[in-house]
Ligand binder design. Structure first.
Ligand SMILES: [Zn+2]
Length: 442
């Protein structure tokens, strides 16, 4: 009996082994082949015709003109379109959408009228709208309620919903009040939380950084000069050093020349907004290789800039480009524009880059290569290269000749799955009843 049982057990194990081998084999031959009419390499600013891209297990497997399409591969014919890597918005707030009504476009009011839970669901929708417009990576830089940005990132990474790769900052760390000016009564109740973490002393700064790391931040964001006293150069250095202990970079919100200068001297990774920028500071940023996330609002979004402000923004962007500052495409598009999706609002910002007379190839570099570098994804996601996550988009026309071609995103692939085809979102491949990529992703 014993021998018989052992034999039976051994047989069962063998059957299981064989079955598993077959399963693995069946998975490994699931290859997608894409026929690309044209393929842009933004790094070199060149375009190749009639390329074949093979994708296996969510990653690029082969790219070239003479690639043999394996038997049984799923074929996607994009021979009428131009393929390029996904776009990056280096500064957005997906869990914040302020509106004319009821907030009068003042985001101070949004966090009083809308719960973090509601904002997290809005973020899920905004993420899909961004992905549909070709943004496969978004740096989400605070003002996201009580860590709705982390919830969004996890929901996408664990496999519940589609969305861009999210590089999120958690709660913005600032001196008392953050960007708000609460009354003493409200200040006592710390009404700025959870939009800002009050951190004035070195101990408070370190604790705030640790809190963000604990609750899922991947980059640290500080208010450098939201108050006239702001953070000193030493404070900013402390933030940079403490963040580096967990391998994180620091973005500084800078709105004054003095603040931007302190952030540059301290050696910050990226500076958000252009109000503190000057020709002199651009030269320093170029020398130090500091990323510029200028958030250049176009005049066409008339509720959110003025002709005078826009003229200054265009001149500063042009000056930054001429000084060879590392430029990212960044929008700060955290509001509702009736008639437009979040992605359509974000792509509208190419108008400012066109107005600054920046060549199309360099606009595209800012929107892709520079975005991957600033997000620190370039080794895993972004470029269309063998071994990297299979993310790409396809448009009509050629963005190297006419940058507005980026407004016609017809096809989006993320992690090897089709999210948009023939101009229509097809999210079902991304929707799951459980955390298919792992519940322990943090
Ligand atoms: Zn912002």
């Amino acid at each position: 009996m014993k021998v018989k049982s052992l034999l039976l057990a051994a047989f069962s194990i063998c059957v299981i082994c064989i079955f598993n081998v077959h399963l693995l084999h069946a998975q490994s031959v699931s290859i997608t082949a894409v026929k690309a009419g044209r393929l842009i390499d933004p790094e070199s600013g060149t375009i190749l015709s009639n390329q074949i891209i093979l994708i296996e297990n969510g990653k690029f497997k082969a790219i070239g003109a003479n690639i043999e399409i394996p038997k049984g591969a799923t074929l996607i014919d994009l021979s009428g379109l131009t393929l390029l890597p996904g776009l990056v918005d280096a500064h957005n707030h997906l869990a914040l959408t302020y509106k004319v009504m009821p907030e009068r476009n003042i985001y101070y009011n949004t966090y009083i009228t809308e719960s973090t839970a509601l904002r997290a669901i809005q973020a899920a929708s905004n993420g899909m709208q961004m992905l549909s417009s070709g943004f496969t990576i978004v740096r989400d830089m605070g003002n996201n309620g009580n860590y709705a940005d982390t919830a969004l990132r996890l929901a996408i990474e664990q496999g519940w919903i589609p969305g861009p790769k999210i590089i999120n900052s958690g709660i913005i760390i600032g001196g008392m009040g953050g960007q708000f000016w609460p009354t003493p009564e409200m200040g006592e109740k710390n009404i700025v939380y959870p939009e800002y973490l009050d951190a004035d002393t070195p101990d408070e700064i370190i604790k705030a950084i640790h809190q963000n790391m604990l609750y899922g931040a991947k980059v640290i964001k500080i208010c450098v000069d939201c108050k006239p006293w702001g953070y000193s150069e030493e404070n900013i250095k402390l933030v940079i050093d403490e963040s580096a202990r967990a391998g994180m970079k620091v973005e500084g919100h800078c709105q004054t020349v003095d603040g931007a200068r302190r952030a540059i001297n301290a050696g910050i990774w990226s500076i958000a907004h252009d109000s503190g920028m000057t020709d002199e500071l651009h030269k320093l940023m170029a020398k130090k290789g500091i990323w510029r996330a200028g958030t250049e609002t176009p005049l066409s979004l008339s509720e959110h800039t003025t002709p005078e402000r826009y003229a200054k923004t265009v001149a500063l962007l042009k000056n930054a480009y001429e000084n060879k500052v590392p430029l990212t495409y960044s929008t700060d598009a955290d509001y509702y524009v009736p008639g437009k999706t979040r992605g359509e609002v974000a792509i509208e910002f190419i108008e400012t880059w066109k107005a600054a007379k920046i060549p199309n190839a360099d606009i595209l570099r800012a929107m892709t290569i520079n975005g991957y570098k600033c997000s620190e994804t370039e080794a895993t996601r972004g470029p269309i290269k063998v071994g990297l996550a299979a993310d790409f988009i396809a448009v009509e026309g050629n963005p190297l000749e006419q940058i507005d071609a980026l407004r016609t995103v017809k096809f989006v692939m993320k992690d090897g799955e089709v999210f948009k085809k023939d101009g229509v979102m097809t999210p079902e491949r991304f929707l799951h009843g459980g955390p298919v990529n792992g519940y322990n992703i943090r």
